[in-house]
Design a protein. Structure first.
Length: 412
């Protein structure tokens, strides 16, 4: 069918006044605009489109580079631009720097801090009994710091069942109370007596009690605070205040449950936006027992669930940190790199280049380039193709991504 009206011809320069990203360079014009590639063309990226075209083996991406090169700025603008297309995102924010993005999107970050007034009920992420049992056991395991024995695992299941029979939404203090003082019915289901059961499961009860009344009091010990929308298009969990505490492990259990609930809903409603799962400052996150493994399994399941996992690491030299935790985290990080078909590499110091080249499988020319990249400029390895891209930010996005406020001359 021919067009009813004659085509309107205009130079690219003028067409850009209406639509700025006219040139389809790099990977084609589909996806979020990132910036300009070395030919001056617009560089756009969408892992799902590229996966569909067979250009990528998975939708995962890692961002690596030294301090202050614009890694987080890239992630924030990528989210901002993708959210406009209906994508959804879940962000673990360790440095408390996603506030301006949340504000622009119209959501509130969930800041976890003892006494901070924000409460999350880990058990409310999933309403099904089996899912809550799994969650409760994961929480107790993290709180104890060791695996559960059989009696504890069974008692937690029965305590949950007892509380569920009484309450619409079970909470940790209610479970703790039943663990300390099991009902006769609960004990008989476990072929035990209440006092004996209480004595045998005291360790788990004390650990849950400490979670509710110890240093993390006020975070996980009741119903989720009103006003927190776990179903929001952008969910940012601010871990700044609790980044070095066991709360991170508990949160991991909640996050897993939240993700599975989201994914189940996405499967039921195929029109729901695709999910981007972000960990900025991943080095800190993957050192936490459980969280690293969570990311690892997410990376493996990315294709199956259609989730884009996006992690930001500093420099790969961190991977050689000594100690058990260090080597465990290093193994996890290496696994993440292997499972990420998109690798975005910012400026690296000379001393880092050898290791980066080896771990990421870069050519000599690519490796040499890394020491010459300017802030905001990165080498994008997308599947087997490479691009040098200068990330561009609009005026609004500069405000969302400026992390130099402490360095401003007028900053107090
Ligand atoms: N594309 C860009 N071009 C120029 N400057 C940029 C660009 N992106 C970010 N910046 C500036 O660089 C500074 C550091 O950015 P950002 O916090 O994103 O870096 P980072 O790599 O995440 O740092 P860190 O490793 O400390 O987390 C910001 O203040 C920002 O304004
Ligand atoms: Mg950063």
């Amino acid at each position: 069918m021919s067009a009813a009206r004659p085509a309107h011809r205009v130079t690219t320069r003028h067409a850009q006044a209406i639509y700025p990203f006219t040139a389809a360079g790099g990977l084609g014009g589909r996806g979020a605009f990132i910036g300009r590639d070395s030919d001056g063309g617009a560089f756009c990226f969408d892992p799902w489109v590229l996966y569909d075209q067979g250009a990528l083996d998975d939708p995962n991406a890692i961002v690596i580079g030294k301090l202050g090169q614009g890694k987080s700025a890239l992630v924030k603008t990528l989210l901002w631009r993708m959210l406009l297309f209906g994508r959804r995102a879940f962000v673990l924010d360790v440095k408390r720097e996603y506030g301006p993005l949340c504000e622009s999107v119209g959501v509130r970050p969930v800041s976890l801090s003892p006494g901070g007034g924000v409460r999350l009920n880990p058990l409310s992420a999933r309403p099904e009994e089996h899912a809550q049992t799994e969650l409760l056991r994961a929480i107790a395991t993290t709180a104890i710091g060791q695996g559960l024995d059989q009696v504890e695992a069974a008692a937690l299941r029965e305590a949950l069942r007892t509380v569920r029979a009484r309450e619409a939404e079970p909470t940790l203090p209610q479970i703790t109370a039943v663990m300390f003082d099991p009902t006769a019915e609960m004990a008989s289901r476990l072929q035990s007596a209440p006092e004996r059961l209480a004595a045998e499961t005291r360790r788990a009860a004390l650990a849950l009690q400490d979670l509710c009344e110890g240093p993390l009091k006020g975070i996980f010990d009741g119903s989720t605070s009103p006003g927190i929308d776990l179903d929001a298009q952008l969910l940012v969990i601010d871990l700044h205040a609790v980044r070095d505490s066991p709360a991170v492990g508990i949160l991991m259990a909640c996050a897993t449950a939240w993700m599975s609930a989201q994914l189940a809903r996405t499967a039921e409603q195929p029109g729901r936006g695709r999910l981007i799962n972000v960990a900025d400052e991943s080095w800190k996150i993957i050192q936490h027992g459980g969280l690293g493994e969570w990311f690892q399994s997410n990376f493996k399941l990315a294709r199956q669930f259609g989730v884009m996992n996006l992690v930001v690491l500093h420099k790969l030299g961190d991977l050689q940190a000594a100690g058990d935790a260090g080597s465990r985290a290093a193994r996890i990080a290496e696994g993440l790199i292997a499972d990420a078909s998109t690798r975005i590499i910012y400026h690296q110091d000379e001393t880092q280049v050898g290791l980066t080249r080896e771990l990421l499988g870069l050519s000599e020319t690519e490796a040499r380039l890394l020491t010459q990249l300017a802030p905001g400029q990165a080498l994008w390895r997308v599947g087997s193709r490479s691009f040098v891209v200068a990330h561009r930010r609009s005026r609004i996005e500069r405000r969302l991504t400026n992390t130099d406020t402490g360095m401003a001359l007028d900053a107090r």
